[in-house]
Design a protein around this ligand. Structure first.
Ligand code: 5GP
Ligand code: ZN
Length: 142
């Protein structure tokens, strides 16, 4: 169901114009207006859900099922040397549009506009710590 204040729901209906890459009964894919790299595409479900926490597994399944073919189409069109998938959830994690979306960001080499920087903390966790953390997460799976 469309959410009246959602720009991505308006993109699905055409109320807001977009550069459409692909559409079927379940998903809509279009170019991100910011084009971090050439071909940067967003894939969204036609069902309005806020983010990963609220996504029913059937919607997630339909959404992700389309991603490989769209990724391969970008690869065929522009011959990137790699591709990052990104999904931001909640504002502190850089979600700015609250209709779940997967970014497909083709990569063309150093300085292409995208980088994923993270700091590893391998030394901070013993194998026992990792087992404990894994069990704590597992105990919350519903
Ligand atoms: P987020 O920050 O939530 O992961 O990503 C939202 C993305 O939506 C941003 O990269 C932004 O450029 C893109 N975006 C925001 N408004 C529009 C719009 O009206 N049209 C298109 N095509 N992309 C948009
Ligand atoms: Zn929406």
């Amino acid at each position: 169901m469309a959410h009246e204040d959602c720009i991505f729901c308006k993109i699905i209906t055409g109320e807001i114009p977009s550069a459409k890459v692909y559409e079927d009964d379940y998903v809509y894919a279009f170019l991100d207006i910011s084009q971090v790299t050439k071909g940067h595409t967003l894939v969204i479900p036609k069902t309005h859900v806020k983010n990963i926490y609220e996504t029913p597994s059937e919607v997630a399944g339909e959404l992700f099922a389309r991603v490989p073919s769209i990724a391969n189409a970008i690869k065929a069109a522009y011959k990137p040397i790699g591709m990052n998938l990104l999904n931001n959830n909640e504002a502190p994690a850089d979600q700015s549009v609250f209709h779940i979306h997967i970014h497909l960001i083709p990569r063309y080499g150093e300085g292409d506009g995208f980088s994923s920087n993270w700091t590893v903390h391998t030394e901070d966790y013993t194998p026992g710590d990792l087992q404990t953390i894994a069990a704590e997460i597992n105990s919350e799976i519903k």
